[in-house]
Design a protein around this ligand. Structure first.
Ligand SMILES: [Zn+2]
Length: 272
């Protein structure tokens, strides 16, 4: 019975994800400026015209108005529909991993938060404390009602692993380069994420974060997109590493990357 309903549940998840992506666009744009995220309604950044509801439908409106403001023809950033699409697809993927469960809701909220953090950190080099408090509140609720597959103790080990390693790396970097190498916001984010992931997945997420950061640094240096101070925000890498860790969780538990590592690398049977 529930199996027959699954395509409808998936379609519903996609629509919810797209709509939340649209809301995240508002948060990403307004939160760093301390503007209200509920009022007023969205306006064109070019001419200030209020955007009609039919021009504010996730992804679809962008295609219909060909990425231009209906009034002044100013180009609308491709980032808006992209964030909506990422949120929509991510919602379906997480649903297929976790099924309709409270754990699904918890992880979903965490992942939406990581998307918002990524783009705010890219734009402003900050991770607003609102997100740290939001993540902490969800973590406490999730642990209090045992909605996560890890114990509170494992959560504490995760905090120590994720936040602790970032803190040590930041301290070493600051000492080596004689300037702040890692923002305190990154470390606070690491503490929060560790409480959700536990020690094992925290280490995987950190490992993937560093690979992604190295990869992005090379691309940005080659594209000469790095400023005079050579600052590259680390928040997007932490978010990407964590999202990859969460999205590679197997349906039955465990993690594809860790399983692959232990079955193929560890036993010497590399690819065959
Ligand atoms: Zn306009």
């Amino acid at each position: 019975m529930i199996k027959d309903l699954y395509p409808f549940i998936q379609a519903y998840a996609l629509i919810i994800g797209l709509a939340i992506g649209s809301f995240l666009n508002v948060i990403i744009y307004r939160l760093p400026h301390n503007k209200s995220i509920v009022r007023p309604r969205s306006k064109c950044t070019g001419c200030g015209t209020q955007i009609a509801w039919y021009d504010n439908i996730p992804v679809l409106s962008y295609i219909l108005i060909l990425g231009k403001c209906r009034n002044c023809k100013a180009a609308i950033s491709i980032r808006y529909p992209l964030i909506e699409l990422i949120c929509g697809l991510m919602t379906i993927m997480l649903l297929s991993i976790y099924g309709l469960s409270l754990e699904f809701i918890v992880i979903l909220l965490l992942c939406y938060m990581l998307i918002a953090i990524t783009f705010i950190d890219v734009d402003h080099f900050i991770i607003p404390n609102e997100f740290i408090i939001f993540g902490l509140a969800i973590s406490i609720i999730a642990h209090a009602f045992k909605l996560l597959p890890i114990s509170i103790l494992e959560g504490v080990y995760g905090i120590l692993a994720f936040g602790g390693i970032l803190f040590i790396m930041g301290a070493l970097g600051t000492w080596a380069f004689r300037k702040e190498a890692l923002g305190f916001g990154d470390i606070k984010l690491g503490l929060v994420l560790g409480s959700f992931l536990g020690p094992e997945l925290s280490l995987l997420a950190l490992f993937l974060s560093f690979i992604f950061a190295a990869f992005m640094s090379i691309i940005l240096l080659l594209a000469k997109e790095v400023g005079e101070d050579h600052m590259i925000p680390f928040g997007p890498s932490i978010a990407t590493g964590t999202l990859l860790t969460i999205l590679t969780k197997t349906v039955g538990g465990g993690n594809h990357i860790i399983n692959w590592y232990f079955t193929n690398m560890w036993t010497g049977e590399y690819f065959f």
